[in-house]
Design a protein around this ligand. Structure first.
Ligand code: MG
Ligand code: MG
Length: 267
């Protein structure tokens, strides 16, 4: 996949449009979260997402992108990313990464969350928590004057401290009028290395962290990326703007986590 070479610095007006698209992704993922339970299929989740996006004035950002057939990437258990929704029911103990893109007002939003289906094993729960912490630690580095390598280092260091594998083949990216813009944002790296971060750069930061080894391969469907050791993998993604003292996070997990809290109370 080509990211282009030019970094597009966004104006404040463009940032607000990106925020609108990114927040719509968060709300879409919350609508999806509301439906996740054993027995539901990822194709059903995909239909929920597409309808929600269109009802809110957006278009699914992934559908047709590079030939991708659906509105969501749904990656279950050992699938890392780019899973194609199918009619196989989710079962108790699964995890599913749901990655969603929206195009609205000519700007993309792109965010992902990994959900537990019913009860999951404690070691898998910890993988989800640590992957989300990796994202947070990466975002803390996304300030003016730091470099892309600082983001990757923060993510990799935290993941490897827990013995997890950091996927090398897929990376985060710039975001704007295109779903994938320069620069690439690896989830691994060396401090002080890589392009310098500038005010108004918009990045999609998306750790993909494996319970086991870092190696992955491409499934025969041409899309799904799967761990080589078949152990589970987690994935969380936020869209952010690089700013002086603190990154401005454009996407939000708040709506998603409200739904998850409500589900917990019902059990
Ligand atoms: Mg994504
Ligand atoms: Mg992305």
């Amino acid at each position: 996949m080509s990211f282009g070479r030019r970094v597009h610095i966004k104006t404040d007006e463009e940032v607000e449009l990106l925020r609108e698209s990114s927040l719509l992704v968060g709300k879409t993922l919350a609508a999806v979260a509301d439906r996740i339970k054993p027995g539901v299929t990822t194709l059903e989740l995909d239909a929920v997402a597409e309808e929600f996006i269109r009802d809110h004035g957006g278009e699914p950002g992934f559908k047709g992108y590079g030939g991708f057939p659906n509105s969501l990437c749904t990656s279950v258990n050992e699938a890392v990313v780019h899973g194609i929704p199918n009619d196989k029911p989710l079962v108790d103990g699964d995890i599913v990464s749901v990655d969603c893109g929206v195009l609205k007002n000519e700007f993309y939003g792109d965010s992902a969350y990994t959900f537990a289906v019913g009860e999951i094993a404690p070691e898998v729960q910890q993988l989800l928590e640590v992957t989300k912490e990796c994202l947070q630690k990466a975002i803390e580095q996304a300030i003016v004057g730091k470099r892309i390598g600082d983001i990757g280092f923060a993510c990799q260091h935290h993941a490897e401290q827990h013995g997890y594998g950091v996927v090398r083949e897929l990376v985060g990216h710039g975001l704007g009028r295109s779903l994938h813009e320069a620069p690439e944002v690896p989830n691994y790296g060396r401090r002080g290395n890589g392009p310098r971060l500038m005010d108004g750069m918009v990045l999609a930061i998306e750790p993909m962290i494996n319970l086991g080894r870092k190696e992955v391969f491409h499934e025969e469907d041409g899309w799904t990326i799967v761990t080589a050791d078949r152990k589970v993998s987690a994935h969380f993604e936020h869209d952010i703007v690089v700013r002086k003292d603190q990154a401005d996070v454009l996407s939000s997990f708040d709506e998603i986590e409200k739904v998850l809290q409500q589900q917990k109370r019902k059990v």
